[in-house]
Design a binder for this molecule. Structure first.
Ligand SMILES: Nc1ncnc2c1ncn2[C@@H]1O[C@H](COP(=O)(O)OP(=O)(O)OP(=O)(O)O)[C@@H](O)[C@H]1O
Ligand SMILES: [Mg+2]
Length: 226
């Protein structure tokens, strides 16, 4: 489903960030990507959501070559790939339900679709009773669950999570991982970027380790090796 071939990426003239990445991810996989700070993990995520272009090599998702995506095509890609970040990125002046609705509004979702989808994704993350709260009135773990709900509005085939537990304590982090596992069981491919050794070891799933822009190991039932 996701296919990267000989991907190179440089920022500006000097920093070589990805140096020949080859990676295949099948539908329904749960893959952790680990590596030290600066290894190029977030750059890889940005390439997959069309936020950065590669210098060389090719990237295809579901047979769609996104290597030279035009600006006009980016929103179409975003509807197929949900993404969550360490810092949640919720809008503080909108309620949780409005934050989620907003993701549908910007892509032209109808009112009836919004009325149908918002409660259903809030239910998946177990926050239907807090729909009318504001981001300032919930915990970090809950905020990340809202971000996950928002990432699910277009029923993406792929969910990218870049350090989703970086701002959470162990209990909340475990809850987020359990939620990702549940979403994965429904068939969504999950790509989890993480520094968290305990989480990676507990998952016992595929682990791709990066170092200086290269993949240095790729194990089906991997441990955190760095
Ligand atoms: N917009 C940018 N312009 C120039 N250099 C950048 C830019 N974004 C990232 N870099 C550099 O590219 C390298 C890889 O960055 P990236 O964010 O992909 O690393 P990462 O593996 O996600 O690290 P971390 O674990 O700290 O999040 C780093 O050396 C970083 O300084
Ligand atoms: Mg990063």
């Amino acid at each position: 489903m996701i296919h990267l071939k000989n991907v190179y990426k440089t920022y500006g003239r000097y920093s070589k960030v990805l140096q020949g990445i080859n990676l295949d991810i099948k539908p329904g996989e749960f893959v952790s990507i680990v590596g030290q700070s600066g290894a190029g993990k977030t750059t890889l995520v940005k390439i997959l959501i069309g936020e950065e272009r590669v210098d060389d090599g090719s990237v295809t998702i579901g047979g769609w070559d996104i290597t030279r995506l035009s600006r006009r095509e980016v929103p179409f890609l975003r509807r197929q790939i949900g993404v969550i970040f360490q810092d949640f990125k919720l809008l503080p002046r909108k309620t949780l339900a409005e934050n989620i609705a907003f993701a549908l509004e910007v892509s032209g979702g109808t009112n009836s679709k919004i009325k149908r989808i918002v409660p259903s994704v809030l239910k998946i993350v177990g926050l239907e009773d807090k729909a009318n709260r504001y981001p300032g009135e919930i915990s970090g773990g809950e905020a990340q669950r809202v971000a996950i709900a928002r990432a699910l509005v277009h029923q993406p085939k792929i969910l990218l999570a870049d350090e989703p537990t970086g701002n959470l304590d162990t209990i909340n982090a475990d809850e987020i991982i359990d939620l990702l596992l549940r979403i994965n069981r429904f068939g969504t491919t999950i790509i989890l970027v993480t520094h968290n050794r305990e989480i990676v070891n507990r998952l016992n799933r595929r682990v791709v380790a990066m170092e200086h822009g290269s993949i240095i190991s790729d194990q089906a039932h991997g441990k955190y090796i760095l």
